[in-house]
Design a protein. Structure first.
Length: 208
């Protein structure tokens, strides 16, 4: 009789354990642990024109992937590159351990300096503990005004008016009068010599 009771109790225990196992498997299959890729947000720079060669770099990364031990994953590495330059590590810090949706928020910041004028492409890449991919790309423009003052015709010292002096030149009036007098004297002398030459020629022609 005791053997029969022990057997019945054992069978009921095994049946109960099997039922719990089936229920656990069914629940796990119905609600599997789904991995979500990290979400990155680039706060700065943005797609605009900057009038400075130094631009702050600020990003936030939201991690969703839980480990089976209940811990959130972390970032293995996070880099940025400008145009074709070599990647540069971004310092990362926790800004919030957990948020309302059960994820961790991390922030990264740096300074983009000595940027030349023109269009630039910023690429941010990284990996998490579960090989989650972190990627973002932003285009922005640098337009630093030239330090040389622009030429302003109104403020130029060059005068557009006719210079004063003799016949619109820069010669003083005294020199102008001297030139006129010299020209008149030379003209009179030339005319006198021409008249005398003609008279001499006529007298020569009258001689036998």
């Amino acid at each position: 009789m005791k053997i029969i009771l022990v057997s019945i109790v054992t069978m009921l225990t095994l049946l109960f354990s099997a039922t719990l196992g089936i229920q656990f498997i069914t629940t796990t299959r119905a609600n599997p642990i789904v991995y979500q890729e990290p979400k990155i947000t680039v706060l700065s720079p943005s797609q605009e024109v900057y009038n400075t060669s130094c631009v702050p770099l600020n990003v936030t990364i939201q991690l969703f992937g839980y480990t089976y031990s209940g811990n959130l994953e972390n970032i293995q590495w996070l880099n940025y590159s400008i145009d074709t330059e070599a990647p540069t590590p971004i310092p990362v810090s926790y800004s919030s351990a957990y948020d309302t949706v059960g994820s961790s928020i991390l922030s990264g910041s740096d300074t983009l300096s000595d940027l030349p004028n023109g269009l630039h492409n910023l690429v941010i890449q990284g990996k998490t503990d579960y090989n989650g991919t972190i990627y973002a790309s932003v285009n922005f423009t640098i337009n630093v005004p030239s330090q040389n003052p622009s030429l302003n015709p109104a403020s130029s010292n060059t005068s557009l008016t006719q210079p004063s002096g003799f016949l619109g030149t820069n010669l003083p009036m005294t020199y102008g009068y001297a030139i006129v007098c010299t020209a008149v004297i030379l003209t009179v002398l030339g005319v006198g010599l021409l008249i005398r030459f003609k008279k001499y020629k006529l007298q020569t022609q009258r001689l036998p």
